[in-house]
Design a protein around this ligand. Structure first.
Ligand code: GLN
Length: 287
């Protein structure tokens, strides 16, 4: 079989499985499995594939047809133009979450400041590491309940050359942040915020493959914020910034929790679809 034939066949399989962007995904999946990008198909469409290659392609196409996301099959997702390896314990980073990175950077007056950053429920480490990549003198800590996620985030930091400024701990925010007590200048989090009953109705790529612990926000979707916000408020430096990703329609309710914890809501940031996706709040300046 030639490369062009393999891509055409994969595209037909994915279309039959109801994958919307089947041709583009097929091209990307096959070319990436062969170690290149979509340019492989343009450059050598007649390249003959080995049996080993067609076997690997077939196995991957079967996984995608079962609605496993491309990023999980390839083991990697690009976020903030950086590569992040994923595992079963990490949420697949979304472009929506780049809204938070952008919103935080817009508030940082001095990019070279020695800021201390904390990421609650870090998963792949994408939020913290994207910020560290833009803030050369900053140091950061990411915590996650999952040891597997912590290991993945640490490996991502290593690969991105950020390990000297990032540490990752297995830790919960439920009873405060005893393991990460430093006053932090910036705290970020993309906590689970989907109402439990709504998870089953999400796309099969999300419901079936993102870890439940990274999605499930309890009965009303706000459970994580109720423990996270007071814990963060207690370790935020005077004048420090808290940036939270939120689900659609949650802004007002989460702002109430921010105010109740003594923080001052600063602004809401919208994602590319125009949905309020991130809330910024500041701690009182102290003194
Ligand atoms: N962005 C995910 C979704 O809407 C949810 C992630 C989360 O709960 N933090 O599918």
């Amino acid at each position: 079989m030639t490369l062009a034939e393999a891509v055409a066949q994969a595209g037909a399989r994915l279309a039959a499985a109801g994958i919307e962007d089947s041709r583009r995904e097929a091209r990307l999946l096959v070319c990436r499995l062969l170690g290149g990008g979509p340019e492989l198909l343009l450059g050598s469409p007649e390249r003959a594939l080995t049996d080993g290659e067609t076997g690997r392609i077939e196995a991957a196409v079967n996984r995608r047809a079962a609605r496993e996301p491309l990023s999980r099959i390839l083991g990697e997702r690009e976020f903030w133009s950086l590569p992040f390896a994923l595992n079963a314990a990490t949420l697949d980073p979304r472009p929506d979450s780049e809204t938070l990175v952008e919103a935080v950077l817009a508030e940082v007056a001095e990019r070279d400041a020695a800021l201390r950053l904390l990421d609650l429920g870090t998963g792949s480490g994408c939020l913290l590491l994207a910020l560290l990549s833009e803030l050369p003198a900053a140091q950061g800590c990411g915590i996650d309940l999952s040891a597997e996620a912590v290991a993945q985030a640490a490996a991502n930091a290593q690969r991105l050359g950020l390990a000297a400024r990032a540490r990752f701990l297995r830790h919960s925010w439920d009873d405060g942040l005893a393991l990460a007590p430093t006053p932090w200048d910036v705290i970020v989090s993309n906590p689970p915020y989907i109402a439990s009953a709504e998870i089953a109705a999400l796309a099969p790529e999300v419901a079936g493959y993102d870890p439940a612990a990274a999605l499930d926000g309890g009965a009303d979707g706000l459970e994580a914020y109720r423990s996270l916000i007071p814990a963060a408020a207690a370790v935020l430096a005077p004048g420090g910034l808290l940036a939270l990703e939120i689900g659609q329609g949650q802004a007002a309710a989460v702002e109430e929790l921010l105010v109740a914890a003594g923080l001052r809501p600063l602004r809401r940031a919208r994602d590319l679809a125009g949905i309020e996706r991130c809330l910024l709040a500041v701690a009182a300046a102290g003194g």
